[in-house]
Design a protein around this ligand. Sequence first.
Ligand SMILES: C[S@@+](CC[C@H](N)C(=O)[O-])C[C@H]1O[C@@H](n2cnc3c(N)ncnc32)[C@H](O)[C@@H]1O
Length: 332
Amino acid sequence: MDFPNNTIDDIQSDNGWDKYWNLAGTGGAFSSKGTEESLFKQQWFQLFEKMLAQTSKVRILDVASGNGLLATLATSYFNKRAISPELYCLDSSSSAISSIRQRLPKIHGTVANANDMPYESNTFDLVVSQFGIEYADKSAITETARVLSSNGEAMFICHFRNGEIFLQCNQQLEIIKCFLESDFLNYCQDAFSKKVGLNQKNTPLSEFKKSDQKLRSAAKKVHQILTKYEQEPASQTLNLILADISVMYKNVNAYRKQDLFVWLQVTINEIEAYRFRMKSMINAALDGSAVGKMVGQMLDLGLEIIQVKPMRFSQEEKNIAWLLHAKTTTTN
Ligand SMILES: C[S@@+](CC[C@H](N)C(=O)[O-])C[C@H]1O[C@@H](n2cnc3c(N)ncnc32)[C@H](O)[C@@H]1O
């Protein structure tokens, strides 16, 4: 059972996000060790408040919605004000959309590419996206302008190249890379198999000892990596996995052989999905020039720019994300 190193290299053609959402449950795409979420929330609430000052009937499209983090935020904001917005979520991952359909049945979930939105022109008061639209190509901006209604607004929070989140993703990727290079999971699979064999008297003791020794030295390497980066989310996740593996290895007899290997495969898939997510976020991050092009395209499409800025907590701190806010130009 080799770790499938080559399955996630081509970020665009791979259905890695779908694999990720299939495993992610209700968690979002981005969990950080910081408090960035509060900054984003504040920004969205300002937008919703502005919207409510103009109308109480709001139709919102969340582009590349994942499993509905932003739609959930919008729902709770509007519901507290006794308003039920019409919410649409679009994502290319069917697992993400099916999670929305199960958990949030009032939201219209659509599996589609943001580059080709299956909606009528002039449909939405708001088109929003949090770490989503930058994964699609520039047609997604053209589509946004098309589906926005005549008084509509679009607001996007996008990954910032070399910003705080970008650097965090790089750090997590580095930890995962070191972990995989230790070959721990392959040694683990081998040692599990030999230990089961030993107990069933199919494997000689000497063979088991060899495997066990290899596993122990790989585990040592892994512990060194995780100690070095102990505060990082990837290390915390890997530590939990290691703890589970250790319990299972000590009590191999308590499990069915088949269950042990299925569990190991699921663990491998989860690590793969995590690595994919980090790589994908890094890939999608925008630098100033990419944002400049996006703004130019919006202007060409007749949108008016309300605000474009890097988001950060204070002048002294690193940028976290880009904020792009535009609206349909009204011709009198
Ligand atoms: C980082 S996740 C963000 C999800 C969500 N906005 C959130 O904050 O949790 C990026 C999402 O973009 C989706 N995606 C990537 N390319 C896309 C495309 N061309 N069209 C639609 N969705 C896309 C992925 O499936 C994934 O759910």
